[in-house]
Design a binder for this molecule. Sequence first.
Ligand code: SF4
Length: 487
Amino acid sequence: MSEALKQKIQTAFVEPGCATNVAKSESERKKGCAKQLTPGAAAGGCAFDGAMIALQPITDVAHLVHAPLACWGNGWDNRGSASSGSELYRKGFTTDLSELDIVMGNGEKKLFRAIREVIAQESPAAVFVYSTCVTALIGDDIGAVCKAAAERFGRPVIPVNVPGYVGSKNLGNKLGVDALVEHVVGTMEPATVTPLDVNIIGDFNLSGELWQVKPLLDRLGIRILGSISGDARYAQVAMMHRARVTMLVCSHAFMAIARKLEERHGIPWFEGSFYGISDTSAALRTMCRLLVERGAPADLLDRCDALIAEEEARTRAELAPLRPKVEGRRVLLYTGGHKTWSVVSALQELGVEVVGTSMRKATDGDRERVTDIMGTDAHMYENMAPKEMYKMLREARADVLMSGGRSQFVALKARVPWIDVNQEKHEPYAGYVGMVELVRAIDRAVNNPMWADLRSPAPWEMSACDATDEPFVLSAVPGSKADFEDC
Ligand code: SF4
């Protein structure tokens, strides 16, 4: 690993804005944020994967992966980040390095030709070039190639130096965003600036969630000048330094860019969430207060309060008929990061009981928030093996599982409804509108009559029960063939 990259990784782990890092001893900090892997467990994505997750939703950029074909795979539907314009970000571009290229030392030449080809064919606003394990190990200097190509073709060509072997997906998020700070932010000026310009960092517009919030900002006259990376254009990243306030929506991985914008350009930042009624209102209030402190008209606060009052009243009216259908239902939440607290708080507003929430990828700050919201840490799970999750669902301690796609089959096998709340989901749940959508999704899932049929004994089981006059027990019977044997 090059000295420059080692230095960058070390810097990523001493993020002064991150309370977890600050609280660590120097030796602990050197070990980084990654947790020890469990032998035999999947390790999750590599650093390259993390950088792609962070940057791919910049929509008008060609994301060119300098690697053998397999690193990139199929990126078309990688995540549900929606775009209101260019679809270029969904196309996969790779140099498709072969063994012969590696043996003959053709990597850099091939990369240069690929940059030329993608600019000629797609005319992207910029090309992002990602290094990977193979191209970093053979010593290809993507920085030099990007510089030469940018000069030759008159287009920004940005090196993103994130070979997978340097660490986890989370580290890749940080290194990806670091490339933006180093090469993109501050390179363009907006045609006009207003005192109501904001940056939104960490919202990926999954299934169009940002569009559920943007109309609220539009009504207040607030403009999203900079974005990483929800429905973002390259120019929006390049002009971030001119915004008045930054909102950090998700994860500590992106904290460095918010902090650097504050240090270099005096832009204050705050962390907030658009999940749930009270969190959405709190985020809007904080944003408006900071804007007013930075010179926006003082009536913005009154207009914000009026908008919140109107939206909350409308939302509560829409939720009123739905609330009895979900109230008292028990949810097992298996997600990660900021969603651990933002979804818990959204559910509790509806009278839904959260029987457990996983703390995977959660920081100490996330833990504290969950404890505050739930009043105890008794329902926090670090990691839940599928077998334990199945047991919990099967013993009917939860009515519904809310998680990512990987756990859905555990729920289905336990004959319990499942709701997708992770990045691949197809329903947006942000803002006031999203809250109503979330409740509808829970209602559709838990009150679907199909579950009663599915849980009732099969005819052949019925006859066995009838014959013995024993009450039929649905939950797992030790040794039963219906049990979840292969978890
Ligand atoms: S670990 Fe390396 S080889 Fe594997 S996908 Fe990531 S960058 Fe590619």
